[in-house]
Design a protein around this ligand. Structure first.
Ligand SMILES: *[C@@H]1O[C@H](CO)[C@@H](O)[C@H](O)[C@H]1NC(C)=O
Ligand SMILES: *[C@@H]1O[C@H](CO)[C@@H](O)[C@H](O)[C@H]1NC(C)=O
Ligand SMILES: *[C@@H]1O[C@H](CO)[C@@H](O)[C@H](O)[C@H]1NC(C)=O
Ligand SMILES: *[C@@H]1O[C@H](CO)[C@@H](O)[C@H](O)[C@H]1NC(C)=O
Ligand SMILES: *[C@@H]1O[C@H](CO)[C@@H](O)[C@H](O)[C@H]1NC(C)=O
Ligand SMILES: *[C@@H]1O[C@H](CO)[C@@H](O)[C@H](O)[C@H]1NC(C)=O
Ligand SMILES: *[C@@H]1O[C@H](CO)[C@@H](O)[C@H](O)[C@H]1NC(C)=O
Ligand SMILES: *[C@@H]1O[C@H](CO)[C@@H](O)[C@H](O)[C@H]1NC(C)=O
Ligand SMILES: *[C@@H]1O[C@H](CO)[C@@H](O)[C@H](O)[C@H]1NC(C)=O
Ligand SMILES: *[C@@H]1O[C@H](CO)[C@@H](O)[C@H](O)[C@H]1NC(C)=O
Ligand SMILES: *[C@@H]1O[C@H](CO)[C@@H](O)[C@H](O)[C@H]1NC(C)=O
Ligand SMILES: *[C@@H]1O[C@H](CO)[C@@H](O)[C@H](O)[C@H]1NC(C)=O
Length: 811
């Protein structure tokens, strides 16, 4: 069953023979993983890639998704829009609905954010009485009211159950118009219908990670069960509710004013509880559209049907991955971690189709990318494996933004949120996302309505055209073309001269991904041109730089260069945990660091995926490369919470030592990931950025690591005896089996987990280090023979190593 408002996907209905798929994989998802200690995880209700994400907000300081599983924090309301795991300011959190059962009269009801907030019921173990499962949320507040939540794409439905009371206090619901996560509202509008209680409102708010402002509108309707009349209505300003005021204009004072509506309902007769259903349609276009969304998506207030449809949508997408469990104790836990991680990868970006206020188009509109920098490495490669139709819609949405946002045409989105451009963290990382799609689905692009020509034009805009502000879109491209690096002392209008080394390395990778598309389009000259630009990362390599106190083998670093061509020295410990000056290299306009969320030591493995053979050569051979990776990881230069570092544990593959990658990646899982509420690393706010950590953990558990925009996946061993992927576009299921699976060492060290040999559909495969995408196109059975010998190589032949540009790979 589908909820009204789910975008129908053309391939979704076909039967996929996946023998390992469970009937109700949603039951494996633990939504509370990462909801304390700044994991910033959103545990509320959304459809896969839904726009509305309805959830509890608490007064936990700086929890960007609103919710905190620490029961000492108080509930401020249940709002309709959230992001998941972001940095920046607290995004969205619009139109908090709050039940007030204890007011003695309308006029004495606490309405302001600070005055109204209440604790949840606290269970004997100290945790709050909250429950969450895909498509459903419930919570018992200390006031006795139970709140349940569900959603369609653009509308939420809340069920507030008020117990019967003998003291005459009646159910009241507060609708908060102005308090977004940053309390940034201006120009609020609100009307209250005195007959139905309908509240229609909106305001302008500050984007959370960029300079723009946006408008958003809500349309709130009520239904009581059993049906009882509206008893009182009015508006409030701060902590002062005034009865019978139906238009906010009569109350609003100016910036900083908190404003909303207060409704009261006659209680159900006798000892019955009063159920108040609260339906909130949301729109970024207009108040009228918010109401239309609500009326079309949830016409009949049927909470259970909406919730069942949402769960069905989740099972549809989660069920494309199946696992077989071994007999070991950890297997159910690992399955929970796997599916919880997979769930996280389908929260953002959100399908805002029909909600773009900036231009009209019949193409899909996706938003909340926040940021491509975080997600291009693993989220989209995972989407490519099991959800290509969604991937195609997102790609079309990104191309549409590129085509419309600018005087003639613009640039691909990078960190878009709430319909606004937000800050770029490095390169133009829409490029690897579009390229990932095209490298894997070129043959299906037409069928998926993705125009190859438009896709390529969008990539060329990033690669060739200087944007007006490269802090928001595109790249500092003229400098890149002129110098083949980004000079540290070049001051140009149009952007900040910061993170010059990180950006150059990313530009090089972005160009690599464009060369991959050019080659597929038979644009041979372009392919060669961008592949050459992909090699420009060497221009920041100073062969003489060493780490103070470091081993002799760790020599040569990525260093900033000046217009003159000379190198400028940056201590290789800069911005690492070992930095004597404690610099951080986070985003900051005044920051002139050459690096972004990385140190000179960590950036080469972070950003150079296209040519590790060249890095090995620059570092003086495979042994030095291994020693450097060991040095990076063992001395805290690898930060598992920081997306660019995700690939570091897998890079031993390129030195022909896949066993070391297997062990390092398994140690990362053992050390940093579990299904507790604090089971996600990242209490510094960089944690679980919209699915980036989820897709990362997923790949490690599946025993793979993707190389974006290529047809290769680095191979390790799965945490299960077998794992399968169904692909609705190929109509194929691929299964990876670990023969003689003997379980996962609890600390990630040792074990019979190293890949000794590989067969594909019964035939020996040349490498234990990577798989080709063909395997997933054809629906193959891949069988891994495992050993406890960590010293296994990639294979006997030169082409057993994963490809690198400088050794002729990717052609
Ligand atoms: C919950 O938060 C409070 C206030 O910040 C803190 O003192 C307490 O240690 C936290 N409890 C847990 C279990 O983390
Ligand atoms: C809340 O209370 C209801 C009983 O009123 C109970 O069924 C439910 O399990 C409690 N917990 C949650 C999280 O809903
Ligand atoms: C609200 O009223 C209920 C029932 O009388 C009571 O148990 C609860 O403590 C009250 N809560 C607050 C926050 O006043
Ligand atoms: C509000 O309006 C109702 C009916 O329109 C009226 O009976 C009531 O007296 C009014 N209350 C106040 C406080 O103005
Ligand atoms: C989109 O089309 C509608 C209906 O024609 C029009 O009212 C609206 O202004 C257009 N929006 C934009 C951003 O052009
Ligand atoms: C592609 O577009 C055509 C025409 O608009 C439509 O009929 C078809 O369903 C679309 N296919 C996909 C996969 O979106
Ligand atoms: C060289 O690097 C230092 C330290 O990062 C910086 O302060 C200085 O401005 C840089 N020199 C130039 C010419 O950019
Ligand atoms: C590129 O050339 C190959 C070989 O001639 C051909 O099979 C393929 O269809 C061409 N692709 C495009 C997009 O023209
Ligand atoms: C590195 O050191 C060698 C030997 O001293 C020197 O010839 C070379 O110019 C230096 N390279 C750089 C980039 O400083
Ligand atoms: C879960 O992981 C976190 C760190 O990511 C760690 O602090 C915590 O101790 C782990 N819990 C368990 C039960 O392993
Ligand atoms: C998908 O494959 C199955 C068998 O593997 C087949 O029965 C079914 O018809 C195929 N569906 C499509 C749309 O090709
Ligand atoms: C990992 O666990 C194994 C088996 O329990 C033990 O022998 C080994 O010492 C542990 N290694 C580390 C690094 O903790």
């Amino acid at each position: 069953m589908r909820a009204p408002g789910i975008r129908s996907l053309c391939y979704a209905a076909i039967f996929l023979p996946n023998a390992l798929a469970a009937a109700d994989p949603a039951s494996f998802v633990n939504l509370f993983v990462g909801t304390t200690d700044g994991g910033h995880v959103f545990p509320g209700v959304t459809l896969p890639h839904g726009m509305v994400k309805v959830g509890m907000d608490t007064d936990s300081p700086g929890n960007h998704a609103g919710y905190d599983a620490n029961s000492s924090f108080r509930v401020t309301g249940f709002s309709q829009l959230h992001d998941d795991g972001t940095g920046g300011g607290v995004p969205l959190s619009h139109f908090k609905i709050f039940p007030s059962p204890n007011c003695t009269s309308f006029e004495t009801c606490d309405t302001s954010l600070e005055a109204r907030k209440v604790l949840r019921n606290i269970l004997p173990d100290g945790s709050p009485d909250d429950f969450a499962s895909p498509g459903y949320w419930s919570s018992n507040l200390s006031t006795g009211v139970r709140v349940e939540l569900t959603a369609t794409r653009r509308t939420s439905l809340q069920r507030h159950t008020f117990p019967a009371r003998a003291d005459g206090r009646i159910p009241r619901i507060n609708v908060d118009i102005t308090n977004d996560g940053q309390q940034s509202s201006t120009v609020p509008t609100m009307t209250v219908d005195p007959t139905t209680g309908r509240v229609v409102g909106g305001a302008q708010f500050q984007a959370s990670f960029g300079p723009g402002r946006y408008s958003v509108f809500g349309c709130v309707d009520f239904r009581t069960e059993p049906s009882t009349p509206l008893a009182e209505y009015g508006s409030w300003l701060g902590n002062t509710p005034v009865r019978n005021i139906t238009n906010a204009k009569q109350m609003y004072r100016g910036f900083g004013s908190e404003l909303g509506a207060l409704l009261a309902f006659a209680p159900a007769p006798g000892a019955q509880a009063t159920v108040v259903l609260v339906r909130t349609g949301v729109s970024f276009v207009s108040a009228a559209q918010a109401c239309a969304n609500a009326e079309s998506e949830i016409p009949d207030f049927d909470f259970d049907a909406v919730s069942a449809a949402a769960r069905g949508a989740w099972n549809d997408v989660l069920g494309r991955v199946g696992v077989e469990l071994g007999s070991q104790d950890d297997q159910e836990d690992m399955r929970a971690l796997l599916y919880s991680s997979l769930y996280r990868t389908h929260i953002s970006p959100g399908d805002y189709t029909g909600e773009n206020p900036n231009w009209n188009s019949t193409e899909p509109y996706y938003d909340s990318f926040y940021c491509n920098w975080d997600t291009f490495r693993t989220l989209y490669p995972l989407m490519a494996m099991h959800d290509p139709e969604r991937f195609a819609l997102i790609v079309r949405g990104m191309i549409n933004i590129q085509q419309h946002e600018g005087v003639f045409a613009g640039w691909l989105p990078e960190c878009r949120g709430a319909t606004q451009q937000q800050f770029i963290q490095g390169g133009s990382n829409g490029d690897p996302i579009l390229s990932e799609f095209f490298v894997k689905y070129a043959a299906h692009a037409n069928a998926l309505n993705v125009s190859s020509q438009s896709l390529y034009n969008a990539l060329l805009a990033d690669a060739e055209d200087l944007p007006p502000d490269w802090d928001l879109q595109g790249r500092e491209i003229d400098a890149w073309k002129k110098f083949n690096y980004i000079p540290q002392d070049l001051v140009e209008p149009g952007g900040t001269p910061s993170k010059v080394v990180s950006r150059a390395l990313e530009y090089a990778f972005d160009d690599f991904t464009i060369s991959q598309v050019a080659k597929l389009l038979n644009k041979t000259a372009d392919g060669a041109k961008y592949a050459a630009r992909a090699g420009n990362f060497v221009n920041n390599w100073n062969p003489n730089t060493t780490v103070p106190g470091g081993p002799a083998s760790v020599k040569g670093m990525m260093q900033p260069r000046l217009v003159s061509g000379a190198f400028n020295f940056t201590d290789p410990r800069h911005c690492s945990v070992n930095d004597p000056t404690h610099a951080t290299c986070f985003l900051d306009g005044s920051n002139r660091d050459g690096y972004y969320e990385g140190s000179p030591l960590s950036v080469p493995p972070q950003f150079v995926l296209q040519d590790n053979a060249k890095l090995i050569q620059l570092q003086g051979g495979a042994q030095n490369f291994i020693e450097r990776l060991d040095f990076i990881i063992d001395n805290g230069y690898f930060d598992v919470t920081d997306e660019p570092g995700q690939q570091i544990p897998f890079m031993y593959h390129y030195a022909g030592r896949p066993g070391l990658s297997t062990q390092r990646s398994r140690q990362a899982i053992a050390q940093f990931f579990n299904t507790s509420t604090n089971g996600l690393p990242g209490n510094d706010g960089t944690g679980f950025v919209i699915g980036a950590m989820g897709s990362y953990a997923f790949f490690y558990l599946a025993g793979m690591y993707p190389v974006p925009a290529t047809r290769q996946l680095l191979l390790s061993s799965p945490f299960f005896p077998s794992i399968s992927f169904s692909n609705p576009v190929f109509n194929k299921t691929t299964t990876i089996k670990a023969r003689n699976f003997q379980g996962n060492p609890a600390n990630g060290t040792g074990g019979t987990v190293f890949v000794k040999s590989v067969t594909i559909d019964g035939k020996p495969w040349k490498s234990t280090c990577f798989l080709e995408w063909d395997v997933f196109e054809k629906g193959s059975t891949v069988e891994l023979e495992l050993t406890n010998d960590i010293t296994m190589s990639c294979g006997q032949t030169a082409d057993a190593l994963p490809p690198s540009l400088s050794t002729g790979g990717f052609n």
